[in-house]
Design a protein around this ligand. Structure first.
Ligand code: FE2
Ligand code: FE2
Length: 265
């Protein structure tokens, strides 16, 4: 029988984006149909897999080298969609990474991240299909890798991963998506608006999952979530959070009133 965490590792190593997407969907389906077992205790090794598997393109560049996207040209709009596609591709990778890398978490932790992997695969497909309808595809523009870099920085600690990837990086997405959606609304590109609504809705769930497991780990070690977050953000050089914040979405995503108040401070 296939084992979930081993399979997640193998899918993470897949380089072709379409193949990775369909394998992520398949993994989710097979797990639901109880065709896959889960070994929470296995300590897996990525050996020389060169994670994450990714296509030769897009070319990865520093964030400041990614040009600002203009909405008044087809290239500019496709470039904006391309940066979203790249984020979704890496988000799928990070969910798979959370499954294989960290052992001895409760079963529900792995099930939560499997759901995230499936939803990120779906987001990638939506954005990529829409970009293709205007003649562009994933790999046509350079992209930056700051999301994956935070994943790599936190390979040694599941609490740091939960604090800094879903609760920090994905939570920034909650702040950023409404403005991007509104840019497409202004030019009446309704399909893009619909896709961004789906993404925003699902991403609240992903941040909620990050909060659930961060708080679980804080409880287990008797840590205060606020103090623990502050320490981890400093230790792992997390980006400083800048507003404006989507406080409503962040509240739905499980941040406490105290945490929300600190954002404004
Ligand atoms: Fe996503
Ligand atoms: Fe996400």
């Amino acid at each position: 029988m296939i084992e979930l965490r081993q399979a997640a590792l193998e899918i993470l190593a897949v380089t072709d984006a379409q193949v990775k997407v369909s394998q992520a969907f398949q993994l989710f389906d097979q797990y639901q149909r109880q065709l896959i077992e889960l070994d929470v205790a296995a300590v897996l090794n990525d050996l020389d897999l060169g994670l994450p598997g990714r296509p030769l393109k897009p070319k990865l560049v520093l964030p400041k080298m990614v040009p600002k996207r203009r909405m008044d040209t087809p290239e500019g709009r496709a470039g904006l969609l391309h940066s979203l596609a790249h984020i979704e591709f890496n988000a799928m990778n990070l969910a798979l990474d959370a499954i294989w890398r960290f052992s001895d978490m409760p079963k529900e932790y792995y099930e939560d991240w499997l759901k995230v992997a499936k939803e990120e695969a779906y987001h990638f497909s939506l954005v990529n299909a829409h970009m293709q309808s205007s003649g562009f595809s994933y790999g046509d523009f350079p992209a930056h890798n700051s999301l994956w870099e935070m994943v790599e920085r936190t390979t040694d600690s599941v609490i740091a991963r939960m604090a800094l990837v879903p609760r920090t990086m994905e939570a920034r997405g909650l702040d950023a998506v409404p403005a991007i959606r509104d840019r497409f609304k202004q030019i009446k590109e309704t399909r893009a608006v619909e896709i961004l609504e789906i993404i925003l809705h699902d991403e609240i769930g992903h941040v909620l999952i990050g909060n659930r497991w961060f708080n679980f780990l804080c409880d287990a070690d008797n840590l205060s979530p606020i103090a623990a977050y502050r320490e981890l953000a400093e230790k792992y050089s997390a980006p400083i959070l800048k507003g404006p914040f989507n406080l409503e979405a962040r509240k739905q995503a499980g941040f406490t009133v105290e945490e929300l108040n600190l954002l404004g401070a």
